[in-house]
Design a protein around this ligand. Sequence first.
Ligand SMILES: C[S@@+](CC[C@H](N)C(=O)[O-])C[C@H]1O[C@@H](n2cnc3c(N)ncnc32)[C@H](O)[C@@H]1O
Length: 278
Amino acid sequence: MTGEETAPTSTARFPRSSWNRFCQWTLSEWDLDVNQFRLDFVQPRVAALIGSWGALDLESVSEAVKDRPRARMELVETLSLGVSELFRNGDHWMHVREHLTRRAKAGPLRIWSAGCSFGAEPISVAAVLKSFCRGDHTIIATDMSEQALSRASKGFFYDDEMVEVSQWMRAKHFEKKNGGWQAHDDLRSMVRFQQMDLLTNEFESDFDLILCRNVLIYFSDSAKDRLYKGFHNALKPGGALFLGCSERMFHSALLGFRSKTPFFYERPSEDEHWRSAS
Ligand SMILES: C[S@@+](CC[C@H](N)C(=O)[O-])C[C@H]1O[C@@H](n2cnc3c(N)ncnc32)[C@H](O)[C@@H]1O
């Protein structure tokens, strides 16, 4: 420590100027906006992580992670805490159900859960489809975290991850087991899990719905815009993007979306697009 002023919290671990430089560095190197997390949450976690990399202070981090492509994943895992639950923000899911039931009338659906963590989100989608939308639908669920995906493949959830799941849904699609809930195989088999880094990998296309919730909070504004454009291209006309409850796409119209609610955005169908342009 240099005796320099630390950030104003009792848990601040780093001098303010080196913390600011670290935040600049993660932003420019990795498009990760660490700055927006609360210091008392983020600094102890970063301190423990860089310690495990063998870096003694923030200045030596760039050297310590050189030629270590896993380092960014470890930082994201450290920040994300892997928090998720089934039907997170329960009341928002009525938009998902309405969108899927309407579109399923025209044929099989393609859905992408981007940043799916340990699988609560795609399994929620599978439960909606199984319950309300006949047909042979596809759900792709991706995350950059190997740890999260390894848990996701098991389809097992703890009580506190199931609070938004109705008794009816539990009885229909889950079995009480080992102090938690096991999703039935017919739900699990609807989901294809795969590792993917949203910032560097190519997107698949022709989706009726993309869920990307509580993921973009880690990203710089320019990375967010790049991703919104990518999601727009990856959606079918009439498809929708579902964001987390505190996320909001500013200038959605400029990006070609129609905002249904602050968290649900549709790519207009070609007809609507030309009607609104003329
Ligand atoms: C807080 S969890 C959100 C889980 C779920 N979408 C939800 O809202 O409940 C954020 C997830 O985003 C993933 N993630 C963060 N950056 C990513 C990236 N660049 N590519 C893919 N996944 C990423 C993390 O690994 C983590 O599992």
